[in-house]
Write a protein that binds this ligand. Structure first.
Ligand code: ADP
Ligand code: MG
Ligand code: MG
Length: 902
C-alpha cells in the first residue's frame, strides 16, 4: 500500500505525538514514553519509529520510502531542542537506540547507548562534562561494546574478557577504579576485537551508527530466540517492533549521578511500598547486570533527597494514572532526575490478586476491573501446595516452570528405574537431558520430571502437563550423565537415589527435600480460613473477587465426581451440581468378580444373576452421591469403557493358564476368561464396543444401571431428601441409538418412581462428530446434551490421545501447527465449531435443551470463555478446577475496557 499511497505514511512520531494506547504502532516502551512526556514528567526528548516501518522493512528487505527522510527531520528537531548535533566533534548529542515491541520479549535486540561517539566526539563529550575524561572514555567503550555485541554479533565475552584483564592488571574488581587512561586503552582493545570479528573498523560516522542500530532492531524481530518466545507465548508473528531514539542522559557522570529501577508495589506479594535498586555513578544495565552492588532505593533519600522525593511523587502519579502497579527505570544526571521507562509491571499470581483488591479499596478501579485483572491460571497456581522456603534452601538451578506443582523425590535417570522404585513406594524425580516417548512409563511413575534441555513445548513439558505432573524443563545448568547415573550442577554432584525438590511454577531446583505447605487459598475454599476474619491479604482478596465473579457469571459450574467424598469437596469449592458421574469405578475392586461373571455368563440366567448382584451396590453408590448433592443436579453416565478393561491383560492370563496347566490344576475358569479376552480384543478400543454400543449389545446392563439410579433417587426422597438425577448415555452417534435406550429407560423409571415425585431426565453426551452434526435429530430424544470434548477432540482430529501426546505433539507445537494442545484448550475453529453447531441445532429442535460440557476443557480458562460465548448452561470439571471455572465464567461475563495485561 505504502508505495502507491499519495500521502506518505507517517513512520516516525515524536514522544509528544504518541500516547499509551498506541502500543500496536509505537510498541510498549514508545507508547509509555509518550504518555509520560504528555503527563509533563521529565523524559529526555526523542522519537519512535513505528512497527509499521519495521513490518515494511521485514517484508521488502529494505527501509520503506520516506523513512530515512522522516528520521532526518525528527533528528533535526531533536538536535534543535537539545542545542547539539548528533556526534558533533565539539559538543556532541548522543542518543540511545532502544527496541520496543507491543509485548516485551526476550530475544529482541538490546539497547545501544551513547550512539554518536567516535574518536573525535569523545573529546567533545569530555569537554561538555567539564573535562571529565574518565566519563567520556567510559561512555565510548560502552558504545563499542554494546554496538559490537548487539548490532554486529561480536561475542560479548570477548569484551568482558578485555575488561577483566584490565581490572586484574590493576588489581581491582571494581570498574570505578579504572581511570581515563585505562579506559582509553580499553577502547583500543575493544576496537581490535570489533575489527577482528566484523572485518571492518568501528564505524566513526554517527549517522551510520544510528542507521545500523535501527536496522539491527528491525532484524532482531526475527532472531531465533524471539521467534521461539513468540510461539510459546502465542504472540502473533507479524506485529513487528518499534525503535526508540532517545537523547542520552548520563548516570555515570560521578557520585551525584546514577541509575535505578523500581516497582510501585512489591511485585512478589503485592504489598504497598517502594521496591527498587539504585546504583550511583553507573549507566544503563549496570543495575540489573550485577556488576556492582546496588543499594535499596530507600538509600537514595540520603544520597539525593530532592531527586528521591521527586521520584516518589512521580511513582504515585503513575500509579494513579495507570491505575495499576508500574515498574520504572530512571537515571539521575548530576542531581537531575530523568524517567527512561515505565509500564504496567509483571507480578506473581498472589500479587495480582492482592493488588487488584487494594486498588478497589483505594477507589482506583471497580470490582469488574479487579476481576478482569486476575485470571484462572493464576488462581490455579495459588491452589498448588508450595514449598516452604527459608534460608536453608537455596535453588541450585533454575529452568522453565513447565508444569506446576511442588515435587520432592529420589533422583533416577532411567524410565525403568523410575518404575522400579515407584513400585517400592518411593517418590522419584526422573532426571533426563530431554525425554522421548520411551520415557513414558517412567514419567507416569515419577512424582516430577526434570530435564536440562527443552522449553515449554518440549516432549517433557507437553506430556507432563497432559498428565498434570510437576515438571521443570531446560534447567541448563545441570550436566546430566545418564550412564554414570549422576548429574552435576555447580559444585554439587547428585547421584541416583539422592533427593531433590523441583518447583514446576518457578522452575527452581533444590537439593534435598523441601517441606511442602498447603495453599492458604485451598484452605479458604475448604472453609478452614474465614475470609472476613483473617489478616491474610491474599485470602481476603480472593474471596472478594470470587464473590464478584459468582454474581457476574451466567455459566453454572458443576464438577466431575464419582464418589461422595469428591462430591463433598467439590461442593465446598462451589460446585453447583455434578456434570459427570462416571459409573465404571463402581465395577472395580471386589466387584470385578461380578463383572467377570457378567462377561462370562453362558446364558440369560447367569447374566441376570450377575446383574442382580451388582444392582444394590450401584444403588448404594448413587444414594451416597445424591445425599451429598442434596437436590443439586447429578448427571450419571451409563457405563462407557470397553468391557475388556475390567478383565486381566491377555499376556498375564495366558501365563497364568500355562503355569496352572503345568501344575495340573483346574484351569477351566481361566481358560474361559482367556477365551473371552481373545474374543473381545479390539484393534482400536476407543472406537470399538463401548458406550451406548455396549448397552445395546448386552441385555440388561443399562437397565440395571437405570434402575439403580431411579431406586436411589426414590430412596433419598422417601428419606426426606432431594435428588435430581440426569441419566446420560455416552457415545451416541445416531438418534436411533438413543431412542432405543430411552424407551427401555422410561419404562423402568415409570415403574420405579411411581408417585414419589422423583423426576429423572434423560440426555446424551455429544462426543462423536456425527452426533454434533445431527444434533437437531438427537435433541428430539434428549432433554440435555453434555459435550464430551475429550472424545470429540480425539475423534474430531483423529488423534488417539494416549498415543499422540507422547509421540509427536511436541513437534506440532514446535512447528506452530497448534499453539497449545487441543486436549488442554479447546480447538475453537474445529472441535469448537462442532460444539457450536450442536448447540444451535439442538436448541432449535428443542428450546430449553440443557447444554453443558464435561470434558477436561470445562476447567480450562480459555475454553470456559468459549463455552460462555457459545451459550452453554454450565461447565463441569474436576473439583480442584471448580474455582478456576467460576472465576473465568465471571470474567467471561463482564465486559471492560481494561488494558491488555500481558
Ligand atoms: P530494556 O528493554 O532491556 O529495558 P531499555 O531500552 O530500557 O532496555 O534500556 C536499558 C537501560 O538503558 C535503561 O534502563 C536505561 O538505564 C538505559 N538507557 C536507555 N536509554 C537511555 C538514555 N537515553 N539515557 C540514559 N540511559 C538510557
Ligand atoms: Mg528498560
Ligand atoms: Mg467419552
Amino acid at each position: 500500500m505504502a508505495a502507491h499511497d499519495p500521502v506518505e505514511q507517517k513512520y516516525v512520531y515524536d514522544f509528544a505525538e504518541g500516547n499509551k494506547d498506541l502500543k500496536d504502532l509505537l510498541g510498549g516502551k514508545g507508547a509509555n514514553l509518550a504518555e509520560m512526556t504528555n503527563l509533563g514528567l521529565p523524559v529526555p526528548p526523542g522519537f519512535t519509529i513505528t512497527t509499521e516501518a519495521c513490518k515494511a522493512y521485514l517484508t521488502t528487505g529494505r527501509e520503506p520510502d520516506g523513512l530515512a527522510a522522516q528520521i532526518e527531520a525528527h533528528l533535526e528537531s531533536l538536535e534543535r531542542e537539545m542545542g547539539r548535533r548528533l556526534g558533533d566533534p565539539d559538543d556532541p548529542l548522543l542518543v540511545s537506540v532502544r527496541s520496543g515491541a507491543k509485548f516485551s520479549m526476550p530475544g529482541m535486540m538490546e539497547t545501544v547507548l551513547n550512539v554518536g561517539l567516535n574518536d573525535r566526539s569523545v573529546i567533545g563529550l569530555s569537554n561538555q562534562a567539564g573535562g571529565n575524561d574518565r566519563f567520556a572514555w567510559d561512555s565510548y567503550r560502552r558504545l563499542i561494546q554494546m554496538f559490537g555485541k548487539t548490532v554486529c554479533e561480536v561475542p560479548g565475552e570477548e569484551f568482558e574478557h578485555a575488561l577483566d584483564e584490565i581490572k586484574s592488571a590493576k588489581g581491582t574488581h571494581n570498574d570505578l577504579d579504572l581511570d581515563a587512561d585505562d579506559l582509553r586503552g580499553l577502547v583500543d582493545a575493544y576496537k581490535k576485537i570489533f575489527a577482528k570479528h566484523t572485518g571492518r573498523e568501528f564505524p566513526q560516522e554517527p549517522r551510520e551508527q544510528l542507521d545500523l542500530a535501527i536496522r539491527a532492531v528491525f532484524d532482531s524481530w526475527n532472531a531465533e530466540r524471539a521467534i521461539l518466545y513468540r510461539r510459546q507465548e502465542r504472540i502473533p508473528a507479524d506485529l513487528g517492533t518499534a525503535v526508540n531514539v532517545v537523547a542520552m542522559v548520563f548516570g555515570n557522570l560521578g557520585p551525584d549521578s546514577g541509575t535505578g529501577v523500581a516497582f510501585t508495589r512489591d511485585p512478589g506479594s503485592g504489598a504497598q511500598g517502594i521496591y527498587g535498586d539504585y546504583l550511583a555513578n553507573a549507566q544503563g544495565e549496570d543495575v540489573v547486570a550485577g556488576i556492582r552492588n546496588t543499594v535499596p532505593l530507600q538509600e537514595l533519600e540520603q544520597l539525593d533527597k530532592t531527586s528521591y522525593d521527586q521520584l516518589l511523587g512521580i511513582m504515585a502519579r503513575l500509579e494513579e494514572h495507570y491505575k495499576d502497579l508500574c515498574d520504572i527505570e530512571f537515571t539521575i544526571e548530576r542531581g537531575k532526575l530523568w524517567m527512561l521507562q515505565t509500564r504496567v509491571g509483571k507480578r506473581t499470581a498472589a500479587a495480582a490478586f492482592v493488588i487488584a483488591g487494594q486498588l478497589v479499596d483505594e477507589g482506583l478501579i471497580d470490582l469488574d476491573e479487579a476481576l478482569h485483572r486476575v485470571n484462572g491460571a493464576q488462581l490455579a497456581q495459588l491452589m498448588f501446595p508450595r514449598f516452604q522456603l527459608d534460608h536453608e534452601f537455596e535453588a541450585v538451578a533454575k529452568g522453565i516452570g513447565a508444569s506446576p506443582g511442588a515435587a520432592s523425590g529420589k533422583v533416577v535417570f532411567t524410565s525403568a528405574r523410575a518404575v522400579e522404585l515407584a513400585a517400592e513406594g518411593e517418590s522419584v524425580i526422573l532426571v533426563r537431558r530431554e525425554t522421548n516417548p520411551d520415557d513414558l512409563n517412567g514419567m507416569i511413575a515419577a512424582k516430577g520430571i526434570l530435564t536440562s534441555r527443552g522449553g515449554k513445548t518440549s516432549h517433557a513439558a507437553v506430556v507432563a502437563r497432559g498428565m498434570g505432573k510437576t515438571c521443570v524443563s531446560g534447567a541448563d545448568e545441570l550436566d546430566v550423565n545418564v550412564p554414570a547415573k549422576k548429574f552435576t550442577v555447580g559444585d554439587h554432584v547428585v547421584n541416583e537415589g539422592d533427593v531433590v525438590s523441583i518447583d514446576g511454577t518457578t522452575g527452581k531446583v533444590y537439593l534435598g527435600e523441601v517441606p511442602v505447605m498447603p495453599s492458604e487459598v485451598v484452605q479458604y475454599f475448604e472453609g478452614e480460613l474465614d475470609p472476613e476474619n483473617t489478616d491474610d491479604a491474599l485470602v481476603r482478596s480472593v474471596h472478594r473477587i470470587m464473590t464478584h465473579a459468582d454474581a457476574a457469571r451466567r455459566l453454572r459450574v458443576r464438577t466431575n465426581a464419582d464418589t461422595g467424598a469428591d462430591a463433598a469437596r467439590a461442593r465446598r469449592f462451589g460446585a453447583e451440581g455434578i456434570g459427570l458421574c462416571r459409573t465404571e469405578h463402581m465395577f472395580l475392586g471386589d466387584r470385578r468378580e461380578l463383572v467377570e461373571r457378567l462377561i462370562l455368563a453362558s446364558g440369560e440366567r447367569e447374566r441376570e444373576d450377575a446383574l442382580a448382584a451388582l444392582l444394590p451396590l450401584q444403588r448404594a453408590d448413587f444414594i451416597e452421591i445424591f445425599r451429598e448433592m442434596d437436590g443439586l443436579p447429578v448427571t450419571v453416565r451409563l457405563i462407557d469403557p470397553p468391557l475388556h478393561e475390567f478383565l486381566p491383560p491377555l499376556e498375564q492370563l495366558a501365563v497364568n493358564v500355562a503355569v496352572a496347566q503345568e501344575r495340573g490344576e483346574d484351569v477351566a475358569k481361566e481358560e474361559a476368561l482367556l477365551a473371552a479376552v481373545r474374543r473381545m480384543h479390539e484393534e482400536n478400543p476407543m472406537l470399538g464396543l463401548r458406550g451406548v454400543r455396549l448397552g445395546l449389545v448386552i441385555p440388561g446392563l443399562f437397565a440395571m444401571q437405570v434402575r439403580a439410579i431411579a431406586e436411589a433417587a426414590v430412596a433419598v426422597v422417601r428419606d426426606g431428601g432431594k435428588a435430581c438425577p440426569e441419566i446420560m448415555v455416552p457415545l451416541v452417534g445416531a438418534v436411533q441409538e438413543l431412542e432405543t435406550v430411552r424407551a427401555e429407560a422410561e419404562r423402568i423409571i415409570a415403574e420405579v418412581v411411581g408417585d414419589s415425585g422423583v423426576e429423572v431426565l434423560i440426555g446424551t453426551m455429544i462426543e462423536v462428530p456425527r452426533a454434533a452434526l445431527t444434533a437437531g435429530q438427537i435433541a428430539e430424544a434428549a432433554e440435555f446434551f453434555s459435550f464430551g470434548t475429550n472424545d470429540l477432540t480425539q475423534m474430531g482430529w483423529g488423534f488417539s490421545r494416549d498415543d499422540v501426546e507422547g509421540a509427536f505433539f511436541w513437534r506440532y507445537l514446535e512447528l506452530g501447527i497448534f499453539g497449545i494442545s487441543p486436549f488442554e484448550s479447546i480447538d475453537t475453529d474445529g472441535v469448537g465449531r462442532l460444539v457450536r453447531i450442536a448447540a444451535e441445532e439442538g436448541r432449535a429442535a428443542r428450546p430449553g435443551l440443557k447444554l453443558g460440557v464435561c470434558g477436561e476443557h470445562g476447567g480450562d480458562p480459555d475454553s470456559v470463555h468459549f463455552f460462555h460465548e457459545v451459550g452453554l448452561d454450565y461447565v463441569s470439571c474436576s473439583p480442584f478446577r471448580v474455582p478456576v471455572a467460576r472465576l473465568e465464567a465471571g470474567r467471561a461475563a463482564i465486559t471492560t475496557t481494561g488494558s491488555d495485561s500481558r
